[in-house]
Design a protein. Structure first.
Lengths: 313, 142
């Protein structure tokens, strides 16, 4: 590694079994992790942990550009999620950094809103506990929940679907451990709706790799896509993917002549879902088999307002 | 805080300088444990472990791996501690670990600085419902 991991010295003696803190570089860290955790696959992400890396990203925070471009893969997203997830940066600290960079509320409203989502997921997790692993509502796809495969297909796991977009997302996920939110949604929709894989299989796979692997945000977002945490399934078409990815995948895609995402939303809805009528107008009913850990009854019924910021089609 | 000689348990949600336990007792011995059972069961990749390791190296903490409960208790004994301090976790897995630690040793969990403090808990279920209550409070700090 060009630069070495920083290491704060300790004021107490080391003992046998303590993991080393004096690593000369990232290659040494990679080797050490391979020795100590041989079951953990892959290698280090180019994205570094630690305060210095977090502060570098924080210094680049641009709430105005974020507002305009966040749904584009090349947009001015912050990349702060891994640092927030593990407490390297607190949400309050990022909130204050946004406030310092804006002159009016309009300039920061979208980014503050996204920080609000993070806080919301945490509160939901505190409320639902291990219930986030269960489907929160019935699916609105018209398909029997048992008809969804429980295992992630190997071609998706290994990035050999033949779809340039999905294979690139797999590559980014497994090498960097980070994906743009829009890419996460496209991939989740492909896995669940096009491949008929249960959301939990995809959600667990994401958590193996995402540096920001937050079970609450991840699992409930997958459920939002699947429609067990929203009033209709999320799906997309080729035009949407092309627009927000600047067409970077479709140009070189070997499957461009038989793209599964080609078509109008109406055509895809007919193709993907068994009962289209129900997709548009189904009252939400959440399962209540989770623990109420907070000791107070949270109202979990609702009309199923979108559970995450849905990028524009 | 009533402990005279505490040690600090740093977990995966609080690997930063705003960890309330580290702020409270910056000179106390502190520990982070790689939870080998979680790593195996959730098939956690080396990328994630590297991110945690690099973040932990920025803090004055001992790093170990294994059974978190056993390691934290052994660390407390190693330093002749009269209690353990940590930050309040959200993850139920960490809550269970905290509860198991507390069966063996006094444990105090400190609240991290909140994103938004509201006079009463907001209604959840839908983001829009929560945000209707939280947003004005958040922007009150602008």
């Amino acid at each position: 590694m060009p630069s070495q991991p920083s290491s704060t010295s300790l004021s107490w003696p080391e003992q046998s079994g303590d993991l080393p803190r004096d690593l000369p570089d990232r290659r040494a860290l990679d080797r050490l992790l391979g020795e100590q955790f041989p079951e953990a696959g892959g290698s280090l992400s180019p994205l570094r942990g630690g305060r210095a890396a977090a502060e570098t990203k924080l210094a680049r925070l641009d709430p105005r550009r974020y507002t305009k471009s966040r749904n584009h893969l090349k947009g001015a997203v912050t990349g702060l999620s891994p640092y927030i997830r593990h407490g390297v940066l607190s949400l309050a600290e990022v909130r204050d950094a946004v406030f310092q960079r804006i002159r009016s509320r309009d300039e920061g409203i979208k980014l503050i809103n996204e920080l609000g989502w993070r806080d919301f997921w945490q509160r939901m997790w505190r409320d639902l506990g291990d219930g986030i692993h269960d489907s929160q509502e019935e699916l609105k796809t018209g398909h029997d929940p048992a008809s969804y495969a429980r295992e992630l297909p190997e071609d998706i796991r290994t990035g050999r679907t033949g779809l340039a977009c999905m294979d690139e997302f797999q590559s980014k996920l497994t090498t960097h451990g980070w994906l743009h939110n829009h890419a996460r949604m496209w991939m989740a929709a492909y896995v669940v709706h096009w491949r008929k894989v249960h959301w939990k299989a995809g959600a667990d796979w994401f958590l193996e790799h995402l540096l920001d692997g937050d079970p609450s945000s991840n699992h409930l977002s997958w459920q939002w896509v699947a429609s067990s945490f929203s009033h209709k399934p999320y799906f997309f078409n080729k035009g949407n993917l092309e627009r927000f990815s600047d067409g970077q995948f479709c140009r070189s895609c070997s499957s461009s002549e038989r793209c599964p995402f080609e078509g109008s939303y109406e055509q895809l809805e007919n193709q993907l879902f068994a009962n289209q009528g129900s997709i548009r107008d189904v009252p939400t009913r959440r399962s209540r088999n989770h623990q109420q850990r907070s000791g107070r009854q949270q109202s979990l019924k609702g009309s199923g307002q979108a559970a995450m910021a849905r990028p524009k089609r | 805080m009533s402990f005279q000689r505490p040690v600090i348990w740093v977990h995966e949600e609080a690997l930063g300088s705003s960890n309330p336990a580290l702020l409270e007792r910056p000179n106390s011995p502190a520990l982070f444990v790689f939870d080998t059972r979680w790593i195996q069961e959730a098939r956690i990749s080396r990328k994630r472990l590297g991110f945690l390791y690099e973040s932990a190296l920025d803090l004055p903490i001992t790093l170990r791996k294994g059974d978190v409960v056993k390691e934290v208790i052994a660390f407390a004994e190693r330093h002749n501690a009269d209690g353990i301090l940590s930050s309040l976790p959200v993850d139920p897995r960490l809550e269970r670990i905290a509860a198991s630690i507390e069966e063996h040793c006094p444990l105090e969990l400190l609240e991290p600085e909140p994103f938004v403090s509201m006079p009463r808990p907001p209604r959840l279920g839908r983001f829009s419902r929560y945000w209707r209550e939280a947003e004005p409070v958040v922007w009150g700090g602008f």
